[in-house]
Write a protein that binds this ligand. Sequence first.
Ligand code: CP
Ligand code: NVA
Length: 306
Amino acid sequence: MSVRHFLTLLDFSPAELDLIIKRGIELRRMQHADTIYQPFVGRTLGMIFEKSSTRTRISFEAGMGQFGGQAIFLSSKDTQLGRGEPIEDSARVISSMVDIIMIRTFGHDQIETFAKYSSVPVINALTDDYHPCQLLADMQTYYELRGSIAGKTVTWVGDGNNMCASYMTAAHQYGFQLRIAAPYGFEPAPELMQQFSHCVSLVNDVQEAALGAHLIVTDVWASMGQEGEQSTRARRFASYQVTPSLLDKADAEVLFMHCLPAHRGEEISHDMLDDPRSAVWLEAENRLYAQKALMEFLLTDKIQLS
Ligand code: CP
Ligand code: NVA
């Protein structure tokens, strides 16, 4: 049987994604009830980080620990990957020693190459193009708070970045309509707009994009690797700040999400995260359970039955 990887949401079927969300909710319930569930004693997660992280590192490391396994943090600064050892060679060697691998890196092609040569499942923990683990947590959070997202309207405000592209794949897989309000020149790539034209549209005016929305989402104006563009972007994105008054245009049951870290005073107003419609803290916590459900799904053949 060929190894399954999770590089974008398109790697799984809608039914599988639905299963993972529901399992994530169950795993959260179990953890909150102090239930010990350790199907992966003796199993190892390799975690390769080429960019910074708070949520992703802690959620994967704590999740594997709760499962009874262990996680190894591998920074590219301290491994031979950072000194130019070919990705193909690294993938063969690392995957011969661990059971599952997550990678946070720059080029999406790098994780594709790694996955091609890996003998164990590889999870995308963020590339320049996609952040699918965050979408599992976001979709789980919406489901927990509002039920199915199918048929709803989601509004993306801001940069057409890796999170925006992940929402495009989610619109396709979970069956919602995505409106994107991005400054001119910062929209998602035309090929992506073409691929997802059945469920994604561009709306120039932010206020109009928010009308009747069931979920409003944004992200930082300059992603990791774009720090040098911060001041130019701050000027171009100035009218794309998400505020409680923008949410007033949306559906009465609207939720607000942000993958975090957030920059108050930039992409969100200072009071946005404290608004009762903001779901960001549950969204962040759910990284843990969505990824536990994901690892359990990818390691099904290794589950220890007690
Ligand atoms: N949202 C997210 O991926 O956060 P970190 O960069 O802290 O991992
Ligand atoms: N778009 C952001 C997401 C951080 C979790 C980045 O890539 O830096």
